[in-house]
Write a protein that binds this ligand. Structure first.
Ligand SMILES: Cc1ncc(COP(=O)(O)O)c(C=O)c1O
Length: 441
């Protein structure tokens, strides 16, 4: 394979300018320069399918596109055509447009475990709305989050319990407690400790770990026995585990669930879905006290709903989740084989469901290592692979995957050398990449 000559001069100039005008140099922390090896944080010019080009003219095979939102690939023809058609028909009116109804009906047909749906823009809009609705429905103040899951919302009820809780009063963070994934006994203990106070349990139905047999339905029953609601955060699992979400795949009906990301293939649309009885508290047909449930200026922007409809149609008609799994399977197998061939199979690990793969980089003592992550990402970027994760889009071809595996194999060779020398620093190109959640920059 020819060596890539990655020149990021122009990206470096733009990165400096980004930091001058945007705190963090990016509008999402997960895209930050600190997440990438020193001098290797490309600024993107454009993307098509599974490829992106940076402002220096380098082309990359991209994984985790749009923070997992672009699951069909960039500028997907069906999605773009649907959006384009709406653009000429107006984006937002003083009354609901017919596409709001069509998109809601299509969503409920696609995710049949939900009875009502309300759209918004970001995932956080809808996880936060679920929490408010659960509090209103139960009349209880506390929310229990799965503490093994990394992210639920940009709002105070969640950020208040992270390492970046500055600006959030304890009075708010004290209302959030945690439970462990997969451990019913510990969750029951929590429910008992806060008997009558917990409004909901919120978790991703699955992450890198599949749910233990019967766990999710047992969790729902447990929550209900204590008068508490079960909320699934399907931001990632929705439109990756199956067309009907993880709830469809595992056949468990939560009280409420929150979708976003892949629903819009990069356009801004999210959805709060759930049982009619609870959702109606935000409506005009309930005699109970009204809940202010998602009322956003841009929530029903027509072209984003058109994007969501095109996404849902493409998924069901083209069997996209099977394709994502197939591609991921090929990638996981290739990467594992490459790691084995280079003798780093216990250090470069591929984890998760094949439609949502991540990698872990372990040091000489088999501990997670930001230094080795830096080395590994660096070799990938220099080889034309932009991969903070190995999350596939359906736009990847088998050839893209095979090329990725070749580059991974080279990276694993370097990884082995670093392990043997007990010092990855020679291959890091500077400071290590950093975790998003930390108290100080
Ligand atoms: C599991 C999960 N829930 C919620 C969110 C919040 O979504 P958004 O960034 O669209 O507000 C994210 C975003 O990364 C997420 O991964």
């Amino acid at each position: 394979m020819t060596a890539y000559k990655t020149d990021l001069t122009q990206s470096a100039v733009l990165n400096s300018r980004l930091h001058m005008v945007i705190p963090g140099g990016a509008h999402t922390y997960a895209k930050g320069e600190d997440q990438y090896p020193a001098g290797l944080a490309p600024v993107i010019s454009h993307g098509k399918g599974a490829h992106v080009w940076d402002v220096d003219g380098n082309r990359y095979v991209e994984y985790g596109s749009g923070l997992r939102s672009v699951s069909l690939g960039h500028a997907h023809p069906r999605v773009v055509a649907a959006v384009r058609e709406q653009l000429d028909r107006g984006s937002n009116f003083v009354r609901p447009s017919e596409i709001e109804l069509e998109a809601a009906e299509l969503f409920l047909a696609t995710v049949p475990t939900a009875e009502m749906v309300k759209f918004a823009k970001n995932g956080s809009d809808v996880t936060t709305a679920a929490v408010r609705l659960a509090r209103a429905a139960t009349g209880r103040p506390l929310v229990a989050i799965c503490r093994d899951h990394p992210f639920f919302s940009v709002d105070d009820w969640f950020i208040g319990v992270t390492k970046m809780a500055a600006g959030i009063p304890n009075a708010i963070s004290d209302l959030t407690v945690g439970f462990p994934y997969g451990d019913l006994a510990a969750t029951e203990e929590l429910l008992r400790r806060y008997e009558g106070q917990l409004a909901c349990l919120i978790l991703e139905p699955a992450t890198q770990q599949e749910p233990p047999e019967g766990y999710l339905s047992a969790l729902r029953d447990l929550a209900h026995r204590h008068g508490c609601l079960l909320v699934f955060d399907e931001m990632i699992t929705g439109f990756r585990w199956s067309e009907a979400g993880a709830q469809g795949l595992y056949d468990v009906i939560p009280d409420l669930s929150a979708f976003g990301k892949a629903l819009g293939n990069g356009f801004a649309v999210s959805a709060l879905a759930g049982r009619r009885e609870i959702m109606e508290l935000g409506g005009l047909r309930s005699s109970d006290e009204r809940v202010f449930l998602l009322s956003t200026t841009h929530g029903a922007e027509t072209h984003s709903l058109a994007a969501a409809m095109a996404v849902m149609e493409t998924y069901t008609q083209e069997g996209i989740t099977s394709r994502l799994h197939e591609l991921g399977e090929r990638l996981a197998t290739g990467v594992r084989e490459a790691a084995l061939a280079m003798g780093v199979q216990d250090h470069v690990l591929v984890r998760g469901r094949s439609s949502n793969l991540v990698f872990a980089t372990l040091d000489e003592n088999f501990e997670p290592s930001q230094e080795y992550r830096t080395l590994f990402m660096r070799e990938l970027i220099l080889g034309g692979i932009l991969a903070p994760s190995l999350v596939v889009s359906s736009a990847l071809t088998e050839a893209d995957i095979d090329r990725t595996v070749q580059v991974v194999a080279q990276a694993c060779g370097i990884y082995r050398k670093a392990l043997d020398s007990n010092d990855p620093s020679a291959w890091m190109g500077g400071r290590p990449v950093k975790p998003v959640f930390r108290r100080f920059a």
